[in-house]
Design a protein. Sequence first.
Length: 204
Amino acid sequence: MENEPSRLVTIWNQLGIIYSHLNQIDEAQKCYEELLQIKQKYLDKDDPALATTYNNIGTIYHNQGNSQLALEHFQRALSIHLANPESNYEYIAAEYSNIAAIFIDQGNLQEAFQCQQRSLDIYWKYLPSNHSYLAQSYYALAMSLYALGGYDEMFEYMQKALSIDKQSLPPNHPQTQFHEENMKAVVQRMVERIATGSIIIDDS
């Protein structure tokens, strides 16, 4: 990429990051759209540098509640990463997780579970068994199982997430607290649903 386009890429990207941190989502979107146009003009359509921008725009659409456009951008980012053997495995795992979140929003629960499982499988392949990313992935998979009604497996994965949190993170880490609080909330919701007959417990 020539010097001037490269400079513009840096400027638009930094502006997008700043607006995102300021929660000025519409302004951030404009910056990333400008950035994408420049990259599309000067880069190959499967250049990994495009994937980051597609992901950022997808995140903005997700935050805006536009799940279909978010899904399209996340899927484009994933396809670019999969087309490049040198792509970082973390990016691929993260895109699968992003797509899973969209599928949950859209009610496509089985597809969400499958994407989240792929994300977990990738982390398992490359990371130590007590890495905090695995805890995040286990938790996300647990939430997919909760939506599908797979409560036994859900609790198993939640417990795995908490176990890794406590091994890999300092005491009172926000991630650990988040997982603990949400596990308690899920248990409470299930107790309430059992009491109202929304969930039937099989004692056999």
